[in-house]
Write a protein that binds this ligand. Sequence first.
Ligand code: THU
Length: 162
Amino acid sequence: MKEKIISVRLFEFDSEDELSSSESNLLNHAKKACTNAYAPYSQFRVGAALLLENGEVITGSNQENTSYPNGICAERVAIFTAKNKYPDIAIKSIAITANTNNFEIEEPISPCGACRQVIAETESRQHKEIKIIMKGNKGPVLLTNGIKNLLPLMFHEEKLKK
Ligand code: THU
């Protein structure tokens, strides 16, 4: 037996003022997208914004349902919307944020496991990593280059082809 240590690389910014103008612009789109969330059950409104290689920004918000598992996260709404409209245009970055009236969200919002898997497959489909920018409604910004940093040992579809 040998121990294996996997390291990941994330950057933490005390404030969004430290981001590039393109990054903070994308985060602002994600904040606006929270307004379109349908979250009567969790009251947790999540917004995601994607910057595509053609310069277009596509947004998504979480959409819940009274049959809870039918709801879908903001990230997947945004990614599937982008891939429906522009199947062959790569996604460069995704910004994710959230708000609720019930408490302050001081930790960056990082995508759930299912969304990480969808981001992973999107990267392998486009042969390009996606920059991920995460923020709560307060507090620091977390940034990482590529889903490998959030989903080490990820499941690749090539494993199905053997
Ligand atoms: N949610 C997202 O939209 N994205 C995330 O990264 C975390 C969770 C949604 C799902 C559900 O509508 C609500 O937030 C509470 O979990």
